[in-house]
Ligand binder design. Sequence first.
Ligand SMILES: [Zn+2]
Length: 396
Amino acid sequence: MEKLFYEDTHILDFEAVVTDCQAVNDSFLIVLNRTAFFPEEGGQPADTGTLNGLAVRDVSIRKDIIYHHMDTPLEVGCKVTGHVDWDRRFDFMQQHSGEHIISGLLHKHYGFTNVGFHLGLAEVTLDFDGNIGMDALREIEAEANNIVWQNLSVKAYFPDRDSLQAMEYRSKIEIEGAVRIVEIPDVDVCACCAPHVKKTGEIGLIKITGVQSHRGGVRINILCGQRALKDYSIKQDSVNALSALLSAKPELVVEAVKKLQEDGLKQKETLNTLAGQLLQLQVASLPEPSVCPNPILFVELSNPIAIRNTVNELTGKYPGYCGIFNGNDASGYSFIIGSSTEDCRTLASRLREAFGAKGGGTPPMIQGNVQTTKEKLIAFLSNQHHPSNGWFALRL
Ligand SMILES: [Zn+2]
């Protein structure tokens, strides 16, 4: 079988003869005497396209025979015209050739080995056995793009056994059959079976978009060619929208967001102070312990630390249950209830039974949250008899 993608990776239209057609499940596996369709191999996904205008959905290889997966059978001996989907193939070649350049440079400068490569429809990841940060990767990225702009020729060939033995190249493993070498002169030499761009200029742009620790080394995300351009457009739209919202120049949006966050924190502090003061006023207006042994307060937007301190303060003064419900009917209430004499867990289990309240705690203090209305909570708490103190007194 003639592999046209090895003769020229830009052959998209070709003529061939059907040599085999096998029915497998719901599809037909077509074999041709020659093909420009690259099967899924070496980390690069399979091509798609058409044979006689009919869709080739997938392409696979087994024992060096390439199978074109189709919905319709083709007669053995008949001539076919094939067409490979160029957008898909070119996109994969841009990403894969870009990967070789980055891997080659990391090998050359740091001695790293590429130990994992994923080329998906949306994501390209490269795994290396060494650690490197984004600052150093920016230098690798700059050098990689220089190689793109130099428009170097990408060579692919099958060296004979002796030459291969003497060669230095990445992915050097003992394999059966001929080894195909993909070489970008002075940049990278690597064993690879996939189709690549003819000239590095076709890659257009190589952008490193992320790096994270991975199995003792790093995982790097890259985007090449049209994917990098699409990513730039998306990010530019985001930055422009932020720039308009923040009334800041695009290069100053980060500063503007930091200032917003600082302002937000200051406002939150002010709000917390005011909420604490409001809580103190509510506490000051509570009746005496003899009249109201179990004070329950309802507040909204109050400061959690002030709430906890106030409950502690109340339990020192009032003999029964002292509680604060913080929130509103729409989003529910968080609560803290304390007592210097009673086991608050009893009340927690009653709130759980009545409203499905979540939370718990220790005998002197419980906390949790409940999704119900203030009216229902008041009705419920007012009906909770207390063995020694009678009714709950509610401050509304
Ligand atoms: Zn490769």
